[in-house]
Structures are given as structure tokens and as C-alpha cells.
Design a protein. Structure first.
Length: 303
């Protein structure tokens, strides 16, 4: 008997990506899965179009944007209520290999201590170039990083599942028992760093987190566009600090983050002429640090 998997796709004004993702899932060869699209208060007509194009797909509409954390938590709760054995969080801007879900479930079922599993994720525009093969927490610098980013896949991660510090929320297969023990995503993050914090909680509770090289998906991510976004920079700055606090990081990690990186970056963006265009990011960074110390979390005010 195959474990039942609930695939949760979060949509927020991303209709075409979501339709493409649903189309990709249609080729999946795993026999026991269903799909739940959680719409986060979209204003682009997404719910009606999804219902028209995929009438058999379950759709839940949130009245407003609850962020990555809040929107996915709604889906997780509904999936567990319906008896899912696993919950797969899947970004709407992805396309998947037909066997990816079978490979993820097989890895998770092979070891009762595995609480979360993630695939190899490639760039959609460069199908053989890796974006993420799981992630590592650098406790000396107080930050996280993906394994394999921008490397051409030459089999360097082998074929067997490998334990990692975290897997990206772009594609996370979560075991029911782990969710019941650890809980859902921390909604204070709203977006970014939430998956790293969840994986840290899970690992500290005794669960293993693994990257499954044989499971493959492709992500329509544009790193340059994301790094230029003041809003993304706000969440990445604030949430890194929240992650360090929740993780109980040491003084070295805090010192490197606040002094070596944040302070140096702010000074550079303020005084060097070549960084004058970084004004929106600089203001976002200052607001992020201020909001962290004032305890302002979840969604950025005004958004």
C-alpha cells in the first residue's frame, strides 16, 4: 500500500506558473497523491482560472496574503485533517520529473527517522545546472547556503540520500509524524528562512533531513531579480536575525552577521558612489533590523 501524499501548491498572483506546475504534476507516476492549491488572496483571477482548467484539483482560498508560512500552514492543516501520510510543499514556479515523488517517498519510507526529504532542484532556464541540493547552516558566519548552487550536475552528489541541515521550502516532503511532533512553519517569518528553522526544529527533535539526488525538479528562479528586490532584502535581513535567535546561535555568528556583514554593507551602500542605486535596499535593511529589535514580525507593514 502506497503512503498518501498531499501536494500543496501556494499561489499568489502567479496564475500561469501555477497552471504550468499543475500540468507538470499530471505526468507524475506516483499512484497515491492529490493536489491542494492554496490561493493567498490573489487579485489576478487565479481561483476561477484554476477551477476551470483543473476542476478535479482541490482549491482553498485565503481572504488575504498570509505569506509562504501562513498559506502553507493552512494547506498542512487541511492535509493532515484528510489523513495524508506525507505533505509535499511545492513552489508554483516549478516543473517536476515524473518519478520525483516516487523517489522522495521511497527515501523517506526507507528510514523511520527521516522527517523531511527534498529533491535536487535545477534552474528552469539551465536544466542541468543545480540551484539546490539541500542546504548547510554555517554557524560561524550565522547564515545558510545551498549546496551545489550553479554547479553543472556531474553526479557529484551520488545517488543515495544524503543528510543535510535543511532543504529548501521550494520542495519539501514532510512526514506526518514529524509535523505532528514539530508543528508547522513559524508564521513570524512570513517568507524566507522558515524552512531552515523548521528543519532545525525537526533535527533537534531527533528527525533526519535528507537530500534525495534521484528526485529532480526545475525552478523558474531568477537570482538577479530576487537580489534586486528591496522587499526580498527586507525579509532576508530580518529573518536571518530571527533564525539566529530561535536557533540560539553563538556570539561569533551574531558578530559576523551584524558587524562584518550588515554594518559593512550599510556603510558601503551609503558612501560609495557605485552603490547609489542601492538606496531602496539600504532602507529596507535598516527597517528590517529595526523591526527585528522591536519584535515586528510576520508581514512587513504596508504590504
Amino acid at each position: 500500500m502506497w503512503p498518501r501524499v498531499a501536494v500543496i501548491i501556494l499561489n499568489w498572483n502567479g496564475l500561469q506558473d501555477t497552471l504550468d506546475c499543475l500540468g507538470s504534476l499530471g505526468s507524475v507516476d506516483y499512484p497515491e497523491y492529490d493536489v491542494l492549491v492554496v490561493d493567498n488572496g490573489s487579485g489576478d483571477g487565479s481561483p476561477a482560472a484554476i477551477r476551470a482548467g483543473y476542476p478535479d484539483v482541490a482549491l482553498w482560498e485565503n481572504p488575504r496574503n498570509l505569506g509562504f508560512t501562513g498559506g502553507n500552514n493552512v494547506g498542512i492543516r487541511r492535509a493532515l485533517e484528510r489523513g495524508a501520510d506525507y505533505v509535499l510543499l511545492l513552489n508554483n514556479d516549478t516543473c517536476v520529473a515524473p518519478n520525483f515523488l516516487r523517489e522522495l517517498v521511497a527515501a523517506a519510507e526507507a528510514d523511520p527517522e527521516i522527517g523531511a526529504a527534498g529533491p535536487t532542484i535545477y534552474y528552469h532556464v539551465a536544466p542541468d545546472v543545480i540551484w539546490s541540493a539541500g542546504g548547510i547552516v554555517d554557524w560561524r558566519q550565522g547564515d545558510i547556503r545551498m549546496r551545489g548552487t550553479d554547479e553543472k550536475d556531474a553526479g557529484q552528489f551520488g545517488s543515495a540520500p544524503q543528510e543535510v541541515d535543511f532543504i529548501t521550502g521550494c520542495a519539501m516532503l514532510l512526514k506526518r509524524a514529524a509535523l505532528e511532533r514539530v508543528g508547522g512553519l513559524d508564521e513570524r517569518f512570513f517568507a524566507y528562512y522558515e524552512e531552515s528553522e523548521w528543519c532545525l526544529r525537526a533535527r533537534r527533535a531527533g528527525w533526519r533531513v535528507v537530500h534525495v539526488p534521484a528526485a529532480r525538479i526545475w525552478h523558474k528562479i531568477d537570482p538577479d531579480r530576487r537580489s534586486a528586490s528591496a522587499l526580498v532584502h527586507y525579509y532576508m535581513t530580518r529573518n536571518r536575525l530571527l533564525f539566529l535567535r530561535l536557533a540560539g546561535a553563538g556570539l561569533r555568528a551574531w558578530g559576523h552577521t551584524l558587524l562584518v556583514e550588515y554594518l559593512r554593507t550599510l556603510i558601503s551602500w551609503s558612501v560609495k558612489p557605485r552603490w547609489r542605486h542601492k538606496g531602496p535596499q539600504r532602507r529596507a535593511m535598516v527597517q528590517a533590523i529595526t523591526d527585528f529589535y522591536r519584535g515586528r514580525f510576520n508581514q512587513m507593514e504596508g504590504m
